[in-house]
Design a protein around this ligand. Structure first.
Ligand code: HEC
Length: 175
């Protein structure tokens, strides 16, 4: 009886210990993802307000309000990458997020414009890219439908970064 209860106690303790170490590993992976997202500049292009010097932290990674024009390809707005099901990437699996970061391919087959630096992110280790996906999936879902992408010739409903030929005048500070 004594041996049995000792064994049971040991079993319970190791099960608890295992649980705790899995939880700690999850925390470490999310923290690693957060770190990589911070230095990866995701906030710059995916959080509204960033390009106006005032990122809206209540809509962190909830989709930009500025698009990038790629001549001949159109205008691409940094998308909502929070886990919102309707307007973000909440219906994507972890593997689908990893694939998009490594190959630029969305689950619907469309290739992301190269202004999204997936060519660079393709160099991340499997562990790091997975940590980014884990962190993105841990975010607060933000409901924010970004427009676009806009085809060449289409009217654009957001601000946009445009590449202009040399000789243009630098814009004055906004009043
Ligand atoms: C220089 C700007 C820029 C940076 C930096 C950037 N992105 Fe993006 N990202 C974009 C744009 C623009 C798109 C949309 C491209 C398109 O629609 O073809 C996009 C698309 C995506 C998508 C696809 C979403 C969808 O619905 O198709 C994911 C996922 C993503 N980015 C994740 C990230 C992560 C994670 C980081 C940081 C590690 C990051 N991005 C950094 C500009 C950027």
């Amino acid at each position: 009886m004594f041996r049995l209860s000792v064994r049971l106690a040991f079993f319970a303790a190791s099960a608890l210990g295992l649980h705790a170490s899995i939880a700690a590993a999850d925390d470490a992976q999310t923290a690693r993802g957060e770190y990589l997202v911070t230095i990866g500049g995701c906030n710059d292009c995916h959080t509204p307000g960033y390009f106006f010097g005032n990122p809206d932290s209540s809509r962190f990674l909830g989709g930009s309000d500025v698009g990038f024009e790629l001549p001949g390809q159109g205008v691409f707005v940094g998308r909502n990458i929070t886990p919102d099901k309707e307007t973000g990437i909440g219906s994507w699996t972890r593997e689908q997020i990893v694939t998009a970061l490594q190959t630029g391919q969305r689950p619907d087959g469309r290739l992301l414009a190269p202004i999204m630096p997936w060519h660079a992110f393709a160099q991340l280790t499997e562990e790091d890219v997975t940590s980014i996906a884990v962190f993105l999936q841990s975010l607060k879902p933000v409901s924010h439908q970004i427009p676009g992408p806009f085809k060449p010739g289409e009217k654009v409903s957001t601000f946009m970064m445009r590449i202009l030929p040399p000789g243009e005048t630098a814009a004055a500070a906004p009043k």
